[in-house]
Design a protein around this ligand. Structure first.
Ligand SMILES: [Zn+2]
Length: 297
């Protein structure tokens, strides 16, 4: 597996160096890249089938979806980043010139049992080669049932993020209370998945400078979102939710889309995936997104 990735990196490097002014070499580089991409897909298929994860030197698993159509990862294996300035709504931006615009799927407050559809959603997404981030609350990780849901989702290849312990408005908490909210959930996730947590989303999108410094101390990248509708009264049904998710003024390349593990969201999910793809968007595998330090203020 490492051998293929090494070859891929070398050829991509060669491709970059030859594309400037020699069309013959450029064509060759493209042909070589295509050949290798096929091999690389075979590697991805193996990962999909076995559920095993290849780990990069920084401890983060490689992406498992078929990203060859939309992203050429850099030498570290990353193709996108979340701009560290939260004022731009945590949009997902390409870091390599050859990568196209994407949207990111995220699911907060999971698993809320009874009524959680987190596993069905994960299975549906996996069958359609879509990866996503599930951001969990520590308070839902007390029961064995919920712990198993998170473990199952993680074992399927999805990334687990931190959404605090008890879903408070962090602006109303002291530094120590905020630290508890983030650290306790981080520890619980690490114990279940064995994988360091990379992403944090503050409940209600509300945070302050202390949240940012705690995130940096714990190695979490803070993200808000671009849009989400599945908690609003008029969108608690699959059809209207799918419609508004595919047609709203906040949808554009880089959109960070917030959802929950509710039945109507599960009902809308396949339409959303197909709809975004028909519109030309790729749904980004979070393991292609480089983790960065948050800007303190
Ligand atoms: Zn929430």
């Amino acid at each position: 597996m490492k051998f293929y990735l090494l070859i891929l990196s070398v050829l991509l490097l060669v491709g970059c160096q030859t594309t400037e002014n020699n069309s013959v070499e450029e064509t060759q580089a493209n042909v070589e890249t295509e050949t290798i991409v096929e091999e690389s897909n075979a590697v991805q298929d193996t990962i999909l089938e076995t559920g095993s994860k290849e780990i990069r030197p920084d401890g983060v698993p490689v992406a498992w979806t078929d990203y060859s159509a939309y992203a050429n990862p850099n030498e570290e294996g990353y193709a996108y980043e979340i701009h560290p300035d939260s004022d731009i709504s945590s949009e997902i931006l390409p870091i390599t010139e050859s990568s196209s615009d994407v949207v990111l799927f995220t699911f907060d407050d999971a698993p809320q049992t009874p009524g959680s559809h987190a596993i069905e959603m994960a299975e549906l997404m996996k069958s359609k080669d879509v990866n996503a981030i599930f951001l969990v609350n520590g308070m839902y990780l007390e029961s064995e049932e919920n712990i198993q849901i998170v473990k199952t989702i993680h074992d399927m290849g999805f990334e687990i993020g931190n959404h605090t312990e008890t879903h408070e408005n962090l602006r109303e908490l002291t530094y120590e209370e905020q630290y508890y909210q983030l650290k306790t959930t981080n520890d619980k996730i690490l114990e279940i998945t064995g994988e360091p947590v990379r992403w944090f989303r503050p409940p209600f999108g509300l945070y302050n400078s202390e949240t940012v410094s705690i995130c940096n101390e714990l190695g979490l990248q803070l993200m808000t979102w671009s849009f989400g509708y599945d908690w609003m009264d008029e969108y608690l049904e699959a059809e209207p939710l799918a419609q508004v998710s595919l047609d709203n003024k906040y949808l554009r390349g880089g959109a960070n889309i917030l959802m929950h593990d509710r039945s109507w969201t599960y009902g809308a999910l396949e339409k959303m995936i197909d709809g975004y793809r028909e519109m030309g968007y790729h749904i980004v595998d979070p393991y292609l997104i480089k983790h960065q330090r948050n800007v303190e203020y």
